[in-house]
Write a protein that binds this ligand. Structure first.
Ligand code: IFM
Length: 435
């Protein structure tokens, strides 16, 4: 019998027609001077170390420059958020100038042909809202709904995809379970109340947006992780993994009802291994640093296969999927190049296997304020010098531009997955051959 030729396919990894390619940011992390927000108050009054978002990337004033950069880098979509506290600095008092500012911002994206994904809530709240109990308060969803009903009619002509809430699970976990973000609570019952209120808020916002814009596309940006048992023979680890997947990845859809999600927005960053060590009755996550595996500057495992697993898991809902965030904190841009290509390759495979993925938003367009980690982690395709506000596109941004130009990963780009490669020289060569 003849041995079959080994399959060695040199074709481009082609993405579906009309695929959205872009990057994501959030208002507080890039705009600067959001002094009516609860985070700002926390920076000034409570946090234990010297952390100030200050002028951040000054994108409030430099948005046109940043969008021009994204355009030059071939992006056809952009995800950004509103700063609720700018628009409603005092309860029920809306600042029309700020609404008009956001109108300008969104219009400038639309004028350049971007598909716009707008997040209505990305972690930060108006200070007055926090004073009234924040997300712990039963009245919180109604307060959010009032804001949504105010801004949606004003901005609807410039928005294609709406995200009600970014990462409800992270907001709840960091602020109310482990208490490292404002309001620094550590209480399980409070965490549950907050999560429940966030679910109520999403449902109200979903309904309000659809009443105002009947054919709107509305979802959330869900923080999803892949989980794995450290010892596959261990039934209790496998059960732990199953429970974690449900709680972390799926619970919000159960609480809100999947019918209140027109699409699934997934923020995927890392994998986590669960282990029961013999001395403990409780499971714990393996400290990945001990393995010396590839991790980001924040210690997050680089695990491209995880995005494939998560996409296959979520494809079971039969809804359009957007990767609303994915990226690497690293000062070594060669690593970002490998990250980008390897994760996109896995997304390609998930699409081939049936996942209805419609777009990818890299986190982030520019370096920005990474919450309690300040300006140290570098997530940007474009480097920001925070002293001068100078933007410098990194080689990874050009690799991404090349992928977007071809609506896929050309076979020759896979070479850049190797270590010790001069990315800029290789890229020049690849682009020369393109012409
Ligand atoms: O910077 C954050 C973003 O605000 C929400 N998702 C994860 C990013 C990286 O930590």
């Amino acid at each position: 019998m003849d041995t079959p030729e080994p399959k060695h396919d040199h074709a481009q990894l082609e993405f579906p027609q009309g695929f959205l390619w872009g990057a994501a940011t959030s208002s507080y992390q890039v705009e600067g001077n959001n002094m009516y927000s609860d985070w700002w108050q926390w920076e000034v009054n409570h946090q234990p170390f010297d952390l100030r978002s200050g002028q951040a990337c000054d994108q409030y004033n430099r948005y046109a420059e940043d969008f021009a950069l994204a355009k030059d880098l071939n992006h056809n979509a952009h995800r950004l958020s509103l700063e609720w506290a700018r628009i409603e600095p005092e309860e029920d008092q809306f600042n029309q100038n700020e609404i008009d500012h956001y109108k300008q911002v969104l219009k400038s994206l639309k004028d350049q042909g971007f598909t716009v994904m707008l997040t209505l809530h990305h972690f930060t709240n108006p200070a007055w809202f926090a004073k009234k109990g924040g997300w712990e308060s039963f009245g919180a969803p109604k307060r959010f709904e009032r804001f949504v009903k105010k801004v949606v009619p004003e901005l609807k002509d410039y928005v294609d995809l709406w995200i009600t809430i970014n990462e409800p699970g992270v907001l709840m976990f960091q602020g109310y379970l482990i208490g490292v973000w404002p309001p620094q609570k550590k209480s399980f019952p409070t965490g549950i109340r907050v999560y429940w209120n966030l679910a109520r808020a999403h449902k109200k916002a979903y309904k309000a947006i659809h009443q105002l814009v009947p054919n709107a596309k509305v979802g959330i940006a869900n923080n999803v992780s892949s989980f794995d048992a450290f010892h596959h023979h261990s039934l209790r680890e496998e059960i732990g993994v199953w429970a974690l997947d449900i709680i972390n990845n799926h619970l919000f859809y159960q609480m809100t009802g999947i019918q209140t999600h027109d699409f699934l927005g997934l923020n995927y960053y890392f994998n986590q291994y669960l282990s029961f060590n013999t001395h403990s009755r409780f499971p714990s996550f393996v400290d990945i640093a001990t393995t010396k595996k590839d991790t980001s500057d924040l210690g997050w495992e680089v695990y491209p296969e995880g995005i494939f697993d998560v996409l296959m898991d979520f494809s079971d809902y039969h809804k359009p999927i957007y990767i609303t965030e994915n990226g690497l904190a690293s000062t070594n841009d060669d690593r970002r190049v490998r990250f980008l290509i390897s994760y996109l390759k896995e997304i390609y495979h998930a699409i081939q296997t049936g996942a209805d993925v419609r777009g990818y938003f890299h986190w982030s367009l520019i370096d920005n304020f990474e919450w309690a980690d300040g300006f140290v982690p570098r997530f940007g395709l474009v480097e920001v010098d925070f002293a001068t506000q100078k933007r410098t596109p990194r080689p990874s941004s050009k690799v991404y531009a090349e992928i977007i130009k071809h609506n896929g990963i050309e076979h020759k780009l896979l070479k850049l997955l190797g270590h010790g490669i001069d990315v800029e020289a290789e890229l020049k060569d690849i682009m020369k051959k393109d012409h």
